[in-house]
Design a binder for this molecule. Sequence first.
Ligand SMILES: Cc1cc2nc3c(=O)[nH]c(=O)nc-3n(C[C@H](O)[C@H](O)[C@H](O)COP(=O)(O)OP(=O)(O)OC[C@H]3O[C@@H](n4cnc5c(N)ncnc54)[C@H](O)[C@@H]3O)c2cc1C
Ligand code: SF4
Length: 334
Amino acid sequence: MSRDMMGAFELYQPDTVENAVELLGRFGEDGWALAGGNDSLDWFKDRIKRPKYVVDISGIAALKGIRETADGGVEIGALTTLTEVERSEVITGRYKLLADAARRVASPQIRNSGTLGGNVCQDARCWYYRYGVDCYRAGGNRCYADTPEGQNREHCLWGADRCIAVSPSDTAPALVALDAKMVVLGPKGTREVPAEEFFIRPNVDIERMTVLEDGEVLTAIRIPAEWSGARFYFEKVADRNTWDFPLVNIAAAMVVSGAAGSEKVDKIRIVAGAVQCVPRRLTAVEAVVAGQPKTADTATLAGQSAVRGATPRNYNHFKIPLLQNLVTRAIRDA
Ligand SMILES: Cc1cc2nc3c(=O)[nH]c(=O)nc-3n(C[C@H](O)[C@H](O)[C@H](O)COP(=O)(O)OP(=O)(O)OC[C@H]3O[C@@H](n4cnc5c(N)ncnc54)[C@H](O)[C@@H]3O)c2cc1C
Ligand code: SF4
């Protein structure tokens, strides 16, 4: 397979989201929405994804920027760059969890052009799939990673269903923890999808990572006021500290009451990334921690609860103690 030049496509550059939706709806599976291009252009240059029509949405001003909403929350346009998210006073002041997650994505150069929408819509990072093999996710009938010799160090602990790839996004777990809503515009109109339901499992559709269907565009992400100014914890572990995807990340939001030394966790949402095909909300941890004193014992119990039922592959056993430790630290140090 020649991979020395990009395949040809027709390029469209609409300046309204309605035009973009009309074009993408018309092109169906032959079309491709292009935002910052960090993920898309790799696919095109490797000639693994070969859309006939590319709809470059990066010129649509209405999809950019961060606005406070009347109900006390914020709305972030899908084309807002990760650097803007990381530096925004509103986000760092009220939803630091998201700023911390955005700051840990890739490298400064990628964050300067990479968009929040692109970060949550990015495809699986399984190396076999990225290499262009005919695996389940690519429409074939086998998984190359889930074999005795398969390289599955980055793969999942839960939710395997033919495919064992994980959700690679750093911002996605933060958005699920903040109970964000994803605003989607498509040929049938607008719909708002909770972040927790935006990401889909292989048993729902093995060839997609999100609910987005052909012709649909993620226009914005709304974060409710409920978690504004809460206690937050984000930590990512990767092989390298920059320019690398998470092996595991953890995002927690909690409301704590009481004086220092006798604090109690009133409510909590905690989500792990890179352990399942979707960001994994750790409801068992939430049940163990909510209403309990914020002590080392609670944190230890939370860590133990986080990993129950984990099913490692041959090379990713290390993710179990890693996740356990991240959860323990999140409860202890937030
Ligand atoms: C070397 C490298 C290292 C990386 N490291 C990390 C990392 O550590 N953590 C991490 O989280 N990510 C990482 N990434 C992924 C990177 O953050 C994403 O590729 C980037 O955020 C995508 O944003 P983009 O705007 O460039 O999207 P694009 O490449 O333009 O789009 C990505 C995908 O999303 C779709 N899409 C984009 N916007 C929309 C929209 N508004 N509506 C519908 N569909 C849309 C596109 O069709 C495409 O399928 C890395 C990428 C690279 C290349
Ligand atoms: S883990 Fe998923 S993406 Fe990777 S080879 Fe298997 S089916 Fe393909």
